[in-house]
Design a protein around this ligand. Structure first.
Ligand code: ADP
Ligand code: MG
Ligand code: ZN
Length: 198
């Protein structure tokens, strides 16, 4: 049996990871490959039965609580499934690295989209390890909301220190290295001078 392929699609929020994942999954279906797509339970922003982009593109997906459940669902569908898509991969634990390794040796093509860094700018969950074992890594950038430069960071707005505060508009924005403020100390320091504000 031929080995499969691991493709990681990463970058900050709003960089087009879900769009790119959806695009690749749709093309696989045009090629008449059997596709299965999954996302973690944590991200219920838009749909329970689909992955969605901020530009409102969607693809059918199954929501799973953790890697054990993902493994169960997948092994229930193998061997027919040829292409496996996973969105918001950063929310799974490290055991997804092992599962991905097993699947690629079964000849599967695995597409994983996820954030590479947290709101403090640190490596996020299993994504860095998945990038290391991938055949191909696509690191996308968003547009910095402050200055318009390519953005590699996800800026959290507000003062929560919890790792996971799920949401999109109003809670997070894309920022470049210069405009990113990883540690929100005093509220005044969170306020960046916007070029055309006031
Ligand atoms: P991700 O999955 O990486 O969070 P999505 O694929 O959901 O990204 O959304 C990408 C889309 O978000 C872009 O095509 C664009 O329409 C929209 N968008 C909103 N804000 C930004 C931004 N700051 N930079 C780039 N795209 C943005
Ligand atoms: Mg996304
Ligand atoms: Zn900037």
């Amino acid at each position: 049996m031929e080995a499969g392929r691991i493709e990681v699609i990463t970058g900050p929020m709003f960089s087009g990871k879900s769009e790119e994942l959806i695009r690749r999954l749709k093309r696989a279906r045009i090629a008449r490959q059997r596709v299965a797509c999954f996302k973690p339970d944590i991200d219920l922003r838009y749909h329970r039965t689909a992955i969605a982009s901020h530009s409102e593109q969607t693809h059918e997906a199954v929501t799973v609580a953790n890697v054990a459940r993902l493994r169960e669902k997948l092994y229930g569908q193998l061997p027919e499934v040829e292409v496996i898509g996973i969105d918001e991969g950063q929310f799974f634990d490290q055991s997804i690295v092992q599962l991905t390794g097993e699947l690629v040796h079964l000849g599967k093509r695995i597409l994983i989209a996820g954030l590479d860094t947290t709101f403090t700018g640190d490596p996020f969950g299993p994504i860095p390890a998945l990038m290391a074992i991938a055949d191909e890594v696509t690191k996308l950038s968003a547009v910095c909301i402050v200055c318009g430069a390519p953005a590699i960071h996800t800026q959290r707005l507000g003062s929560s220190r919890e790792l996971v505060v799920v949401g999109a508009a109003g809670l997070y924005e894309a920022r470049c290295r210069n405009c990113f403020r990883p540690y929100l100390e005093a509220p005044e320091e969170q306020q960046l001078e916007l070029p055309n504000a006031g």
